[in-house]
Design a protein around this ligand. Structure first.
Ligand SMILES: C[S@@+](CC[C@H](N)C(=O)[O-])C[C@H]1O[C@@H](n2cnc3c(N)ncnc32)[C@H](O)[C@@H]1O
Ligand SMILES: O=S(=O)(c1ccc2c(c1)CN[C@@H](CF)C2)N1CCSCC1
Length: 273
């Protein structure tokens, strides 16, 4: 009975995502006021700095980085592309994979200009902002594929998509809590993606705290599992990760713009046991 309920919850979530609108999602979350590089208290500098530090402090290395639930966004691999020579982007929806392919193939008509993000990460790396063009070339070179994924499946990706030994690093941002009908499903999904990671590999997880819904497009209200820090830590422990660092950002009032009810954002660096 419980299994049937879980299946129904996952199916209902998948149905919600059929109305997901990448262009609107990018507009809601990745343009000002949320993505304001001139504001010291903006979430963008905080998140990009968390990722930059995590990728560059010396313990993260290897060949393959996999981004779980990429959506239509690239910011999450802008630092990682300097550390790994193979990056896989993944998403549940073809519309998001198409958005990413348009950027990777430099076909134009992307729904967001990632230049400010590329420039900001170059600044974090001590490079001149004009080096963003070189970073874009590097990123396009290391992205080896853009593949389907379903984190609710015990095997989230097609056989052979990731080497049997596992990826060296996973990054995942605002995915697991936004696609799971409840906390047990979130925890199971965390375990499923862990199977894609080699023992000793790192997980960089960014997510929403206290969020119960978000708009995935005009009038597209998508339920979210409201998480607190203790639940995130408990789920990590339950699924075989050792927490290295947890950082929390509290969203300023004026960044609560009605596209969701998120109160904070967490950043986790963890290692698979
Ligand atoms: C809130 S968006 C996050 C996008 C991006 N990572 C970011 O940081 O903004 C959640 C993403 O999860 C994807 N998704 C939905 N169901 C999924 C599933 N079962 N497995 C993996 N990803 C899923 C959606 O297509 C969407 O791109
Ligand atoms: O933290 S954000 O404000 C952000 C970015 C994405 C999301 C949320 C918040 C909250 N709702 C999530 C639903 F899944 C998606 N941010 C937007 C600017 S760039 C860094 C990330």
């Amino acid at each position: 009975m419980a299994e049937k309920r879980a299946e129904n919850g996952v199916a209902a979530m998948a149905a919600c995502y059929q109305r997901f609108d990448p262009a609107a999602y990018l507009q809601y979350n990745y343009t000002p006021p949320r993505a304001d590089f001139d504001r010291k208290d903006s979430i963008v500098p905080w998140k990009l700095a968390c990722l930059h530090r995590a990728f560059t402090e010396g313990d993260v290395n290897g060949e393959l980085l996999v981004d779980i639930g990429s959506g239509p966004t690239l910011y999450q691999v802008l630092s990682g592309c300097e550390v790994f020579n193979q990056v896989l982007l993944t998403d549940f929806l073809e519309v998001n994979r198409q958005e990413l392919r348009r950027w990777v193939r430099d076909e134009g008509s992307c729904n967001l200009d990632w230049t400010p993000y590329l420039q900001y990460v170059c600044k974090l790396e001590g490079r001149r902002p004009s080096a963003w063009t070189e970073k874009a070339v590097k990123l396009r070179k290391v992205i080896k594929d853009i593949l389907p994924i379903d984190v609710h499946r015990p095997q989230p990706m097609a056989p052979g998509a990731v080497p049997s030994a596992g990826a060296d690093c996973l990054v995942s941002c605002f995915c697991l809590e936004s696609v799971s009908p409840d906390l047990p499903a979130f925890t199971r999904a965390l375990g499923h993606i862990g199977k894609l990671l080699r023992p000793g590999g790192h997980l960089l997880l960014i997510g929403a705290l206290g969020e119960s819904y978000y708009l995935g497009g005009p009038g597209v209200k998508i339920p979210v599992v409201p998480l607190n820090e203790a639940q995130v830590c408990s789920s990590l422990k339950e699924t075989g990760y050792t927490l290295i660092r947890l950082e929390v950002y509290t969203l300023p009032q004026d960044m609560r713009v009605g596209v969701d009810d998120v109160t904070g954002v967490f950043f986790v660096k963890a290692k698979k046991d």
